[in-house]
Write a protein that binds this ligand. Structure first.
Ligand SMILES: [Zn+2]
Length: 170
């Protein structure tokens, strides 16, 4: 049972075009092919690669974090959820993780990769960073303390949802 949780608050920025999102998703999938095996437990009955191309970047971020954590040795049971926070113009992405330090490191790497993809740059190769994350992993006997996630993440590329709309993915 995973009892740790890290929350990320992602600010909503300017919408990317459908084409920009699709090519960003394709570039990210190329770097992290394990993403194509992901599933959402809510409202996603088409292949996940297609979902990635059309979903909000905050939800994309959630799945990148989970995939990077998995590559760095976390069990596949790590999971997350993405909620639109009414009135805040922000998404909250919660990750139920096995190691907070690895989770926050994965989030930083995910944001860099998303930034590359949406800026039209070549998406960085994550393999060295993933190996560094693996080495951060705390032994159970010296589990790290709480890390303040509020300083960890700002995402600038999501579309603007309908005002007041409730959106949630897992
Ligand atoms: Zn999902």
């Amino acid at each position: 049972m995973l009892e740790d949780r890290v929350d990320f608050v992602l600010e909503v920025g300017v919408a990317g075009s459908a084409d920009a999102r699709a090519s960003a998703a394709a570039a990210l999938l190329e770097r992290l092919p394990g993403l194509s095996d992901h599933r959402c437990s809510t409202g996603c009955d088409h292949p996940f690669a297609e979902e990635l191309a059309i979903t909000e970047p905050a939800h994309l971020f959630e799945h990148l974090v989970l995939e990077i954590m998995s590559c760095a040795g976390s069990p596949r049971s790590v999971h997350g959820e993405t909620r639109w926070r009414k009135g805040d113009d922000a998404f909250r992405v919660s990750v139920y993780d096995d190691d907070d330090a690895v989770c926050v490191g994965a989030a930083r790497l995910a944001l860099c990769m998303i930034d590359d993809a949406f800026a039209g740059r070549a998406v960085r190769d994550p393999r060295d960073a993933i190996e560094r994350l693996r080495s951060l992993r705390a032994e159970p006997s010296r589990k790290r303390g709480v890390i303040d996630p509020a300083r960890a993440a700002v995402l600038r590329y999501p579309a603007t949802p309908e005002p007041g709309a409730h959106t949630m993915w897992t």
